[in-house]
Design a protein around this ligand. Structure first.
Ligand SMILES: [Zn+2]
Length: 375
């Protein structure tokens, strides 16, 4: 049993507690939260300078792309980035596996406890079986030709079931509105079952996506036509979110939202990956439109980021928004846990096992802060 205290305890369930104390058992479960250390008699209290917050939730990652780290420092737009991702198979299985292990170690060191992870393969299975982190595995499906929809869903089902058979959460999810036909979207809806808590979709990452749906023209249209994509993709949809009528998800996390405007917003979760946005598009979302109640944060993969660190992402959001420190921590912890259904994480509440991070150097801004995993 440990009693852990710091200058501030950000429970994210109630107001921050100055000099509050967490009582935690050997399994990381919160047994009690004390407002005052004087309430505790005859126990050794570990005191830290800084603030304590729950473990971070990385709401969007592609762990299986970790080996594409450092191929380029930045790219000029989305199509150049896709060229990097297309090289993913040109590496040995050992090299890929080693990069995945290194990336997970980095996340653990940076105080991340749970991940919403996009999977096109089972490359990450071996690491995930060790259960060092909680993973929500989004088995990503995409296909732009109607006649291949069945093949696409069968491939995704095989991968989903491998994860599920290893006692890992897995849901088949659409890659994006522009890369999934209405046919395939219907199949994704049809195979969804009670084990699917939520979905995740790349949304409005480029302005070309908006031009495709709103104006039926532009680079994406030319590209899709050049590969003989089924025109229902853009003809049946008037915006990036029109697919909601097809999939009808209870919950979904819209990821990126770099070109999302206030009128586009739905009553759903939104995830921002600011460093990846700068890497790929050199543009950030307009944070003034997002509520701090349903915005979460992800790192995206090491193919488009130099690190997997939520505190670094929060520092970048802070520089480009008006969120308070408490709101930023909610974005980094509580909202991602809610969005992905990790009910044991995200806040300090009795009975939860959220992990404990110590943040130091946060007084003026998060820019020079650092994180240490305490539990
Ligand atoms: Zn992504």
């Amino acid at each position: 049993m440990r009693f852990i205290s710091a200058d501030y305890l950000y429970t994210l369930d109630s107001k921050p507690i100055k000099n509050g104390v967490l009582q935690i058992n050997n399994f990381g479960e919160i047994i009690n939260i004390f407002e005052n250390k004087t309430d505790i008699i005859g126990q050794n209290i570990e005191f830290f300078n800084g603030l304590l917050c729950p473990g971070f939730i990385n709401a969007h990652c592609h762990l299986e792309l970790s080996h594409l780290h450092n191929i380029s420092n930045s790219v000029n737009g989305f199509s150049e980035f896709l060229a990097i991702v297309k090289k993913r198979d040109k590496y040995s299985k050992d090299f890929i596996a080693q990069a995945i292990r290194g990336a997970e170690d980095q996340m653990i060191k940076n105080g991340i406890v749970a991940v919403g992870d996009i999977c096109n393969t089972i490359d990450t299975l071996e690491v995930k079986k060790n259960k060092k982190l909680h993973y929500y595995n989004f088995i990503e499906s995409f296909e732009v030709k109607n006649e291949r929809s069945n093949d696409a869903i069968l491939k995704a089902l095989l991968i989903r079931d491998v994860f599920r058979n290893n006692d890992l959460k897995a849901t088949i999810t659409p890659h994006s509105a522009y890369s999934v036909t209405p046919d395939l979207m219907q199949l994704i809806a049809n195979v969804s079952d009670k084990f699917d808590y939520t979905f995740s979709i790349h949304n409005q990452e480029t302005k070309e996506e908006n031009i495709l749906f709103n104006e039926k023209k532009g680079e994406f249209l030319y590209w899709l036509q050049s590969i003989n994509a089924s025109p229902e993709i853009w003809n049946n949809r008037s915006s990036s979110s029109s697919f909601l009528n097809e999939l009808q998800p209870k919950r979904i996390v819209f990821v990126h939202n770099t070109y999302t405007t206030f009128v586009d917003l739905k009553d759903k979760y939104y995830c921002t990956c600011p460093y990846a946005n700068l890497f790929i598009e050199n543009k950030l979302p307009d944070y003034s439109i997002f509520s701090s109640d349903n915005l979460c944060v992800g790192t995206d993969s090491l193919a488009s980021n130099s690190q997997l660190s939520i505190i670094k992402e929060l520092a970048l959001i802070e520089q480009n928004s008006d969120y308070s420190l408490e709101e930023l921590l909610k974005i980094g912890c509580k909202n991602g846990a809610n969005a992905l259904g990790f009910s044991m994480c995200g806040t300090f509440e009795v009975g939860k096992t959220p992990g404990v991070n110590l943040i130091t150097g946060f007084e003026n801004s998060l820019a020079n802060s650092s994180v240490e995993k305490i539990v």
